[in-house]
Design a protein around this ligand. Structure first.
Ligand SMILES: Cc1ncc(COP(=O)(O)O)c(C=O)c1O
Length: 287
């Protein structure tokens, strides 16, 4: 039996995602102990100290399935972000919501447009569905939104834009994003991936949430993995038009976010000072 012959063509063309090596593995390999891991943009401060004191209760109740509707977390996010609850989709990391978007809108014959050097998961989710990935060349490691627009055709269902991007660390500014959004066909979803939004201090940076009312085809994704220091627990979310959220909700796993992550997210949202501290220690300082 040749399983490769019977596998989906899109899957065959993929290489497995290469995560940064765990610190323990590197310690064993090299016999060194003071390792600073930079590969995955994790939070060096860790999560809020409130987490340890408050997560025990979740463990006691872990024989029960988590709240599949993520009611409390969505309620708090809705209050803090000023968005309606039906616009929110919560995921097992923001990778999960990126994949949900791809599964709702992409299939063979359709395509997604990304920038050269874009966050690698966009290619993974697009190609695994047999959809085509169209890559726009960067200019000085910047996403070129004019060229991105020119790349969109009748079959383009999603444009993924990491803002800021990983690994280039570049971002697109408000004016360029708005000009772009005005011209994108309404049948094409624009996914602004704001995994690092908390770290941006450029006044020309467009907070995607402020554009959602004007552009129903815009989706903003965010994560608790970076500024909130919860990468291991896997928690992220999308803010979108309620119909897009409804469609994502139809295909997500019933309990896609575990109880520990839901509880940790609530606790983390209550400690903005910890986020601010993480942001303050982040800028690179060259001595
Ligand atoms: C640009 C970008 N988007 C999304 C993610 C995914 O984050 P997570 O799935 O941990 O929420 C990352 C993580 O490295 C990222 O760099």
């Amino acid at each position: 039996m040749d399983f490769f012959k019977s596998a989906n063509a899109g899957v065959l063309n993929l290489a497995p995602y290469q995560p940064g090596k765990p610190v323990e593995e590197l310690e064993r390999e090299l016999g060194v102990s003071r390792i600073v891991k930079l590969a995955s943009n994790e939070n060096p401060l860790g999560p809020t100290p409130q987490l340890q004191a408050n997560l025990g209760a979740v463990l006691k109740d872990c024989a029960r399935y988590p709240d599949g509707s993520a009611f409390q977390l969505k309620q708090k996010l809705s209050e803090q972000l000023g968005v309606a609850i039906p616009c929110l989709t919560v995921g097992n990391g923001s990778n999960d919501v990126l994949e949900l978007l791809a599964r709702v809108f992409l299939k063979p014959g359709l395509n997604a447009v990304v920038s050269q050097h874009a966050f690698v998961v966009y290619a993974l989710v697009t190609q695994s569905l047999g959809a085509t990935l169209k890559e726009v060349p960067c200019v000085d490691y910047q996403q070129d939104l004019q060229a991105t627009l020119a790349m969109i055709d009748d079959q383009t269902r999603i444009v993924f834009i990491a803002n800021p991007n990983n690994p280039t660390g570049t971002w697109v500014r408000r004016e360029a994003v708005e000009t772009f959004l005005k011209s994108v066909p309404t049948t094409t979803l624009v996914v602004l991936d704001e995994a690092y939004v908390e770290y941006v201090d450029d006044p020309d940076y467009p907070n995607g949430l402020t554009l959602l009312d004007q552009y129903p085809n815009l989706v903003v994704t965010r994560t608790f993995s970076k500024a909130y220091g919860l990468a291991a627990l896997r928690l992220g979310y999308a803010v979108s038009h309620p119909d897009v959220a409804d469609l994502m909700n139809r295909i997500r796993q019933p309990f896609n976010v575990n109880a520990m992550a839901l509880a940790a997210g609530l606790i983390a949202l209550d400690d903005p000072a910890h986020v601010a501290q993480g942001v303050a220690v982040n800028p690179a300082r060259i001595a």
